[in-house]
Design a protein around this ligand. Structure first.
Ligand code: PTJ
Length: 260
């Protein structure tokens, strides 16, 4: 494998590409995963490849809503597992909420591969030091995170076919769902079911971004790391979040990044 020099200005982006390429070879990702990633990358380039102030606020708001939830769940698809799986396991460990593998292009083979991959990530995370400012038995907290998805015993009411399949104890029961890189239709239905939907999407113009309760316009791995800090701080309250205003702010960031 070609080494990426530490000094390379676009190192993180190149590492993410490598991760996506490798995961594709392993069969973990959907056929269109690279296309989705490329679209995200283009938006990230326009955002200056960093977390904007408005993205930081939306992450803080999402942390507050996950903490206040009765039944929070973190839903992960292929791209999310390989790019941010470990970070989201840390978030789930702090919140003590389940992670549900819920993929758009559902096949039994991919579900199994992703489950095994996430299990391995969980074991690795359980062996880490406690995250900064978190106190308690880290290994126990991580190993008690439930990984859902294989049960297929729940349904997203209002959707048909494989896209409706979910876990009864996860998405079906949840009042607050974090769904990175979600599809617009599913996002719309989840909101219509009265759930609080927290989306991570680099494209502020996507249907999911527009439909969500709170949209984090940021790269999923960066956003997940910052989310961990905010769930550990546990210091903010849920606000009257104006998501349209937040999306407009993200578009402003994009237009200003381009200023020469
Ligand atoms: O694993 P599956 O079967 O659930 O499939 C996952 C993909 C991502 C292939 C599927 O959900 C899909 O086709 O997604 P879309 O409709 O192409 O939407 C993906 C959205 O995520 C786009 O708006 C991208 O801008 C955004 N995106 C891509 N990569 C990232 C991202 N947002 C945040 N971080 C990223 N790394």
């Amino acid at each position: 494998m070609v080494e990426i020099p530490e000094s390379h200005p676009r190192r993180n982006s190149l590492i993410s590409r490598k991760i996506i390429v490798e995961a594709t070879k392993q069969g973990l990702l959907a056929d269109s995963a690279m296309i989705a990633h490329g679209r995200g990358e283009a938006f990230d380039y326009l955002l200056g490849e960093k977390t904007s102030e408005i993205a930081r606020l939306s992450i803080k708001e999402s942390a507050a809503r996950l903490i206040a939830a009765k039944h929070p769940v973190i839903s992960v698809n292929g791209n999310t597992v390989v790019l941010a799986g470990k970070s989201l396991i840390r978030v789930a460990a702090v919140l003590q909420c389940p992670i549900e593998i819920n993929i758009y292009y559902r096949t039994e083979k991919r579900m199994k591969l992703l489950y095994d991959f996430l299990e391995l990530q969980r074991i690795e995370v359980s062996k880490e030091e406690n995250p900064l400012d978190w106190m308690g038995d880290w290994e126990a907290a991580v190993m008690s995170v439930e990984i859902l998805g294989k049960e297929e015993d729940g349904r997203i009411e209002g959707l048909e076919g494989p896209r409706a399949i979910c876990s009864a104890e996860g998405i079906e029961k949840a009042d607050v769902i974090l769904v990175p890189l979600e599809d617009g239709d599913r996002c719309e239905v989840l909101v219509s079911l009265g759930k609080v939907v927290l989306v991570v999407d680099l494209n502020p113009l996507s249907r999911s971004a527009k439909m969500a309760t709170v949209t984090i316009v940021d790269e999923v791995a960066r956003a997940a790391d910052l989310l961990l800090e905010y769930v550990i701080k546990n210091s903010s309250d849920v606000t009257e979040w104006d998501n349209d205003l937040a999306l407009k702010e993200s578009l402003k960031v994009i237009s200003e990044t381009g200023d020469l």
